[in-house]
Design a protein around this ligand. Structure first.
Ligand SMILES: *[C@@H]1O[C@H](CO)[C@@H](O)[C@H](O)[C@H]1NC(C)=O
Ligand SMILES: *[C@@H]1O[C@H](CO)[C@@H](O)[C@H](O)[C@H]1NC(C)=O
Ligand SMILES: *[C@@H]1O[C@H](CO)[C@@H](O)[C@H](O)[C@H]1NC(C)=O
Ligand SMILES: *[C@@H]1O[C@H](CO)[C@@H](O)[C@H](O)[C@H]1NC(C)=O
Ligand SMILES: *[C@@H]1O[C@H](CO)[C@@H](O)[C@H](O)[C@H]1NC(C)=O
Ligand SMILES: *[C@@H]1O[C@H](CO)[C@@H](O)[C@H](O)[C@H]1NC(C)=O
Length: 345
């Protein structure tokens, strides 16, 4: 329901309806009536924006993207087949104001993310994945002060992730820039987004870039995926093992060398670890096999050696069976199957 209907009759104080039923209005009474409407509607104006203002921004977006057929139904509200934009499947409204834009795979072939998108003052989620958007990283999103969820993955953005990327909303919880063409380094500033829960940068094209140790400062991080990037060959930053909340760590084919940090056993929340297709050597730290929540482990295509620690054999059958699937992968690097894994072949 658009906000101009927000002043529902049952919310009006009785004096106003009494006046209406009397059907006689003095000029003072009319003023009182108008002021009370103004007063009553104030709370709705606090953080919100007028419906027609937001509607205009959507139509401007559609035009900016050269009217993709997938959003043909974004029509002016004056058109005969009237529907409110809050009913359109791409739009989420909260309290009558636009809080989400979901434009995944809409064949948006022309253009960029325009700065005026942040004129939607209450925008919290923005999903533009699987389109053909290009241009530099859209710094204009720094002006969307409420953003929590940003997905720009699978587009043709180029250049680099800017050094001041921490100017994105401090509430940002989810950032997916995977499968884009951001080259060079991942900036240290990525570690200065304090609320980040998920950081997905797989298959960007960080040729000869560094993995910033500052990622280890993201104390609320739960999912990190930096797989399939051609980083400078270096060991996994040991700062990553400070990530107490981390549940998934994906670093497949990211040119890791050296040993797996002994402190990997500090990642007590870890459920999935993928370090496959790197140049890791040395033993697998025994702490890894003590992680109670770990269910999926990919270590194949490395140069790891040694035996699977006794602790695995000692672990609960339930845990063990969840490891089984992965153990055959370890065989490729010289591990012997243990316990229930024997049943595997
Ligand atoms: C929506 O309105 C309610 C009641 O005024 C308020 O408590 C809530 O915080 C608002 N939500 C947002 C996201 O603005
Ligand atoms: C995108 O949409 C097309 C058809 O409109 C569909 O075939 C394709 O699978 C979709 N891709 C994704 C990633 O959703
Ligand atoms: C944010 O908006 C202001 C006012 O429109 C503009 O001057 C500024 O350049 C914008 N910032 C970015 C990073 O685009
Ligand atoms: C991140 O974006 C990619 C590409 O659009 C998508 O395949 C993937 O599912 C997203 N990751 C998550 C965890 O949502
Ligand atoms: C972030 O991490 C870096 C390197 O790991 C460290 O030197 C720095 O002190 C940390 N900053 C904060 C604010 O924790
Ligand atoms: C992490 O692990 C190392 C070595 O395994 C240990 O010395 C250190 O105290 C641990 N740190 C935390 C914060 O648990």
């Amino acid at each position: 329901m658009p906000p101009w209907f927000a002043l529902s009759p049952e919310k009006n104080p009785t004096p106003v309806s009494t006046k209406i039923s009397r059907m006689t209005f003095t000029s003072i009474e009319i003023h009182f009536f108008l002021y009370s409407i103004l007063f009553l509607s104030l709370p709705f104006h606090g953080n919100s924006q007028s419906y027609s203002e937001e509607h205009t921004i959507l139509l401007k977006l559609k035009q900016h993207w050269s009217n993709p057929p997938s959003i043909n139904h974004w029509t002016p509200s004056s058109s005969s087949s009237y529907s409110t934009h809050c009913d359109w499947s791409e739009i989420t409204c909260t309290n009558g104001s636009i809080s989400g834009l979901a434009l995944m795979n809409k064949s948006i072939t022309a253009g960029t993310v325009p700065p005026f998108i942040c004129n939607l003052k209450n925008l919290i989620t923005l999903d533009l994945q699987y389109n053909y958007l290009s241009g530099q990283f859209p710094k204009s999103l720094y002006n969307c002060s409420k953003l929590e969820y940003v997905v720009l993955s699978n587009n043709y953005f180029f250049g680099s992730i800017p050094d001041d990327v921490d100017l994105l909303s401090p509430q940002l919880r989810y950032l997916n820039l995977s499968a884009t063409i951001f080259t060079r380094d991942i900036p240290a500033a990525i570690g200065w987004l304090p609320e980040l829960r998920s950081l997905l940068l797989f298959q960007c094209e960080f040729h000869s870039g560094l993995i910033p140790t500052e990622i280890g400062n993201l104390s609320k991080l739960e999912v990190l995926d930096i797989s399939y990037n051609d980083f400078i060959p270096l060991a996994m930053p040991s700062s990553f093992t400070q990530l107490k909340k981390l549940k998934q760590l994906w670093m497949r084919r990211s040119r890791l060398i050296g040993e797996i940090p002994k402190s990997i056993g500090n990642l007590t929340a870890l459920e999935v670890l993928d370090l496959s297709s790197n140049d890791l050597s040395g033993n697998i730290p025994s702490g890894l096999f003590l992680l109670k929540n770990l269910t999926t482990l990919y270590l194949y295509k490395n140069h790891l050696s040694g035996a699977i620690p006794k602790s695995v054999e000692a672990s609960k059958m339930e845990n063990l069976s969840s490891f089984v699937e992965e153990f055959w992968l370890l065989e490729y690097v010289g591990f012997h199957r243990v316990g229930h894994c024997v049943e595997f072949d």
